[in-house]
Ligand binder design. Structure first.
Ligand SMILES: CC(C)(COP(=O)(O)OP(=O)(O)OC[C@H]1O[C@@H](n2cnc3c(N)ncnc32)[C@H](O)[C@@H]1OP(=O)(O)O)[C@@H](O)C(=O)NCCC(=O)NCCS
Length: 171
């Protein structure tokens, strides 16, 4: 269990009774055709290689993230959703920190995700965390919208952070 440094937001593991709230939040966060159906969301959450974190404040679920182990060297963010009234308080950052730490612990070198071409706020959020647009996928979503495929090299980011720390210690 971790606590967000800017507020009393806490992360915990997903429990099956959270499902209706997660579905409600996902429906509110994304337009039809980008949001997941109940069946899709349930399938991800039931997968053995998926992990989900819940962000809670005052006993209420305010956001969540689902990640899957996509292969031997990479992980895939399925979705990250923060309730509109709780955005810009560091909750998304805290959820992504947990997912990236989980991936690093499994020695996965890359994290990737897809985000709608017109979701500029999300692209800026990911870019602020070191994700880069590597491919443009036409018609990715059920509503016909295109997506950006974005990737972060977790292994390189960790090596750079370590060598920066070493430089600070040496100076
Ligand atoms: C994208 C999302 C998860 C970000 O969560 P959040 O809790 O608001 O993000 P944080 O407060 O942790 O922001 C971390 C950093 O991301 C960047 N960022 C976040 N929201 C941003 C926005 N609307 N515009 C530009 N940059 C943004 C900033 O650099 C921010 O750092 P700062 O607080 O020092 O300025 C949230 O806006 C959301 O749930 N949106 C709807 C669902 C969605 O689009 N999910 C991702 C699609 S795949």
């Amino acid at each position: 269990m971790t606590t967000d440094r800017q507020s009393d937001v806490r992360l915990r593991a997903y429990r099956s009774e959270d499902f209706p709230i997660l579905y409600e939040i996902d429906q509110a966060c994304f337009p039809p055709g980008v949001s997941y159906s109940q069946g899709e969301l349930a399938r991800f959450l039931a997968q053995r290689d998926c992990r989900a974190w819940i962000a809670e404040a005052g006993g209420r679920i305010v956001g969540f993230l689902i990640v899957e182990r996509g292969g031997p060297t990479y992980a895939h963010i399925i979705t990250i959703d923060v309730r509109a009234e709780w955005r810009c308080r560091g909750i998304g950052r805290t959820l992504m920190d947990a997912a990236e730490e989980w991936a690093r612990d499994r020695r996965l070198a890359f994290m990737y995700l897809e985000t709608a071409e017109d979701n500029v706020a999300a692209q800026q959020f990911y870019e602020s965390r070191g994700y880069t647009k590597v491919d443009h996928i036409n018609g990715y979503y059920a509503n016909g919208r295109a997506a950006w495929l974005m990737v972060k090299n977790l292994a390189a980011a960790e090596r750079i952070a370590r060598s920066k720390q070493q430089l600070t210690t040496d100076n």
